[in-house]
Design a binder for this molecule. Sequence first.
Ligand SMILES: CC(C)(COP(=O)(O)OP(=O)(O)OC[C@H]1O[C@@H](n2cnc3c(N)ncnc32)[C@H](O)[C@@H]1OP(=O)(O)O)[C@@H](O)C(=O)NCCC(=O)NCCS
Length: 333
Amino acid sequence: MKAYEVKVLGTGMYAPKKIVTNIDLESIVETNDQWIFERTGIRERHICSTEGGEFPTDMALNATRDALKAANLQPNDIDLILFASVTPDVKLPNSATILQVKLGITNNCACLDIAAACSGFVYGFNMASAMIKTGMIKNALIVGSEMLSREVNWKDRNTCILFGDGCGVAIIGRAEEGSDSLVYSSVMSADGTGGEFFDQPVGGSVTPITKEHLDEGSHFMQMKGKEMFKVATRTLAENAQKVITEANLTLADIDWVVPHQANIRIIETTAKLIGVEMDKMIVNIHKYGNTSAATVPIAFHEAIMDGRIKRGNIVLFDAFGAGLTAGATLIKY
Ligand SMILES: CC(C)(COP(=O)(O)OP(=O)(O)OC[C@H]1O[C@@H](n2cnc3c(N)ncnc32)[C@H](O)[C@@H]1OP(=O)(O)O)[C@@H](O)C(=O)NCCC(=O)NCCS
C-alpha cells in the first residue's frame, strides 16, 4: 500500500460577536474579575446568539469558508467531515451532515461527529491523518465547534466562569510532491474511570430530563475542578513526551505547543512538566475561556494568522478533556 504524507492545507475560526467579561459575570454569580483571572487566566469569553446564525454548524460554516480559501479548495474537494462537539445543533442528524449541506457539498462525503469533549479536534486530526496516510481519503475537514453556554449552569460559579463558545477548523490533505509538511506521530488515549470528574448524566437514554431536573438545574454539566486539574497536567505532559519520543525528536526541535486552553495554570504546569518555556506555548485563554473541542484549532489558526506559526515549524497539539480523553499530535506545518 502506498503511504502518503499529510499537510495542513488551511485553517479557520469563528468567535461569536457577543463578549461576556469577568466583570459582566459579577452581576450573574458571586465572583470577581480578580479571582477568575488569577485562578484561570480568563478575562472574557464569546457567547453565541440564540437568535440564530451562531449555532455550532453556523460557526463551522463561517470558519470552513476561510479554511477553504486558505487551502485553495472547493467544498466538493472535501472527502470527509469530522465534527467534534459535545454541544451539537441537534441530536440527529449529526452536525457533520448538517455542515455538509450548508457547504453545498454534493459528493456524498462521509460525515461523522466525535464526542470526545476537549480532545475531540485532536482525535479527529489523528483519525483523518491516518486515513490520508493510507490513501483512503485525500482531504478532510476537521471541526471543533461548541456552544457550551447552553450546557453550563449560569448559577454555578464553579463552572460557568470557565467556558465559552467558538469554532476552529482545519482542512488537512495529502501533501504534494516536494512538500516537507508531515505528521510525525500521534497518540490518543482515554481513562473512562475518571468519567465522573466531568459529566452530564441527565438528558441521555438512562435519565431523560424531567421538570424536576430543569427546576434544580441538575441537567447541566458538572465538574470536579481539582480532580480534573491534577489528571489534566499529568496526562498532557505524558502524551507530549510520547509523541516527541515516537518521532525521534527532542524538546529543542519543538517550535510551538498548541495546548488545550482550560486554565492558564494547567498550561503553565504542563509546560514545566514537559520542560518547555512558556514563550513556546500558544495561549489565548484570556480571550475565549475554555471552548472545549474548539480551543486547539482556534489557537492554531490565530498563531498562523499572526505569523508565529510558519511553514516548516514543528508544532505539538496537546489536548485533554471529559471522558477522560486525551490526544496529542506532532506535525511539521
Ligand atoms: C475550577 C478551578 C478554577 C478552581 O480553582 P481552585 O484553585 O481549585 O479553587 P477552589 O475550588 O479550591 O476554590 C477556592 C475558593 O474559591 C471559591 N470559588 C470557586 N469558584 C469561584 C468563583 N467563580 N469566584 C469566586 N470564588 C470562587 C471556592 O468556593 C473556594 O472558596 P472556599 O475556600 O471558601 O471554599 C480549577 O480547579 C480548575 O481550573 N480546574 C480545572 C478545570 C478544567 O479546566 N476542566 C476542564 C478540563 S478539560
